[in-house]
Design a protein around this ligand. Structure first.
Ligand code: FMN
Length: 179
């Protein structure tokens, strides 16, 4: 019997909703018989030995998190050797043309191209204002570039069907023999 493909799901989070998405994806990949490891990017000392990577970050102030930037800088050469799939969680995607805006302005395209990213997903995240501290609220109020006034977006907007469908697409791409 062939060994299961090894997939690393590495995520960057502040308030935990991206972690839960990563864990949900891991469950789905496990059901497809992949051998999955899920880890916060801040804890990873190596990314060697995987057949594919799924990387995900929350968006703060119009960019993926600094911990994801550090991770990508550190492991870029290794990541480029296997298929990479990338997702972000944010709230801008809830606005008209939001997905387009996120894809054009919130991602560092050169970095994603250098690691040969095969697909990018933009998921609606979770934002509960009562769960974030005053400093974060100020960052959000000052730097959020959408038209919704801060405070009007205050809920869990994650859609498990959308996350499920993207993960299923990744699974079937990974199931195909390497070309
Ligand atoms: C301080 C702060 C800044 C944020 N900035 C943005 C932003 O610029 N654009 C956006 O679409 N979402 C922004 N968000 C929303 C987060 O991306 C969203 O809540 C995400 O689900 C958080 O993921 P986490 O729970 O894994 O940290 C911000 C949230 C916080 C708390």
């Amino acid at each position: 019997m062939k060994a299961a493909k090894k997939v690393l799901i590495a995520y960057a989070t502040v308030h935990g909703s991206t972690t839960e998405i990563a864990e949900y994806m891991a469950k789905l990949l496990g059901e497809h018989h992949f051998d999955v490891t899920t880890a916060n990017v801040e804890t990873l000392e190596s990314v060697a030995g995987y057949d594919a990577y799924i990387l995900g970050s929350a968006i703060h102030a119009g960019m993926w998190l600094p911990s994801m930037s550090r991770f990508l800088d550190r492991f870029e050469d290794e990541l480029a050797k296997a298929p990479v799939y990338f997702f972000v969680t944010c709230i801008r995607v809830l606005e008209p043309e939001g997905e387009q805006h996120v894809l054009e302005h919130y991602l560092h395209r050169d970095t994603l191209e250098r690691i040969h990213t095969r697909d990018i997903a933009v998921f609606a995240g979770k934002l509960r204002l009562d769960a974030i501290d005053l400093r974060d609220r100020w960052t959000l109020a000052l730097r959020y570039d959408g038209s919704h006034a801060p405070g009007t977006i205050n809920d869990d907007y994650r859609d498990c069907n959308i996350i499920h469908d993207w993960t299923a697409r990744v699974c079937s791409a990974l199931d195909k023999p390497a070309s």
